[in-house]
Ligand binder design. Structure first.
Ligand code: AHR
Length: 318
């Protein structure tokens, strides 16, 4: 008995249906990510921007990038624009710690998870961000202070170049350093001022320090390498021998710092990892899968001094 053609076609169509469905299944859509960056005040920051941009393009993720040029108001505007564009995730490197409750609340209300990179925020409700991927800035300051105490035998008249006022690394690096030198009564910070994390400002502030304190200064603690490099220039111009007559220590461990250590002008630098792109996008992937994300994903740092500089510079990626 022959099966009617109509029935045979229906049976074939039924059997092939799951295969067709499987074939037409679209791969999961890549997220659209908005990245709000502080600016380009330092070599470190440029390396961080490149790391996040490179990682997004490696993964085929659409990245909307906004440079706030050092202004929190511009950064808040960029977050509002990302919310209006309905991005899937926001990566925020916040300029300062405070003033984020409202805009992060708006992102949360719009269902957009926010990841903080490199700097933390002080908010009333910690659920306003998924996680902070960063170094422990207090620990970095402490490492710098402990190293200086050892190097100077606990005796130093220090000038401090602070980072941007109100920024987490400026607050915490100051705190950690102060904790470390507290046990040494002959280590004193004789001047402390913001150099805004930039080389030009670091030089300008150092020139003012030299004018008021002159040869009383025996050590410089800069919250980042760029400011230390500016200070080194000012010391050189004043004939004050950075690296020998005046001990200079800073934070970041960018290539320029290693060059200055090889030249003998910078004594030490504490590493702060800016290559956060891979970790940021891995975290987004985990979050999309519903995995639990720790509130702080800490980067581990180490200190480099002149004795390690020539060898270590060959491996530096930033
Ligand atoms: O937040 C990290 C700090 O910001 C880096 O130390 C500094 O170079 C940058 O601008």
């Amino acid at each position: 008995m022959s099966i009617p053609r109509r029935v045979a076609l229906a049976v074939i169509a039924f059997c092939l249906a799951p295969l067709a469905a499987a074939q037409s299944k679209d791969p999961p859509r890549k997220p659209v990510v908005g990245f709000s960056q502080v600016g380009a005040e330092s070599a470190w920051r440029t390396a961080e921007t490149a790391s996040i941009k490179d990682e997004a393009s490696k993964r085929g993720v659409e990245l909307k990038f906004a440079d706030a040029q050092g202004k929190q108001a511009a950064q808040v505007r960029s977050l509002r624009s990302f919310i209006a564009q309905k991005v899937d995730y926001i990566i925020l490197a916040p300029i300062v710690e405070s003033g984020w409750d409202e805009v992060l609340g708006d992102a949360k209300a719009a269902g957009i998870p926010v990841l903080l990179v490199d700097r933390g925020v002080k908010v009333k409700d910690e659920s306003l961000f998924v996680t902070l991927i960063a170094s422990d800035f207090v620990e970095e300051g402490r490492m710098a202070g402990e190293w200086l105490a050892k190097q100077t035998g606990g005796k130093a008249s220090i000038v401090e170049l602070q980072g941007t006022t109100g920024a987490a690394p400026a607050i915490d690096r100051r705190k950690g350093f102060a904790q470390a030198i507290a046990a040494h009564p002959d280590m004193r910070i004789i001047k402390s001022q913001s150099g805004d994390f930039s080389r030009a400002k670091g030089k300008e502030v150092m020139e003012a320090f030299i004018k008021s304190e002159g040869r009383k200064i025996t050590a410089v603690y800069a919250h980042n390498d760029d400011m230390a490099l500016g200070a080194i220039q000012a010391l050189d111009e004043a004939g004050m021998k950075p690296g020998a007559g005046v001990t200079v220590i800073s934070i970041d461990a960018v290539k320029g710092a290693f060059e200055a250590m090889v030249e003998g002008k910078l004594n030490a630098t504490v590493e702060c990892n800016p290559l956060l792109g891979p970790m940021a996008f891995d975290t987004i992937e985990k979050h999309r899968k519903g995995e639990t994300i720790p509130k702080f994903i800490k980067q581990t740092d180490r200190l480099f001094d002149q004795s390690q500089a020539a060898e270590a510079i060959k491996m530096r990626q930033y």
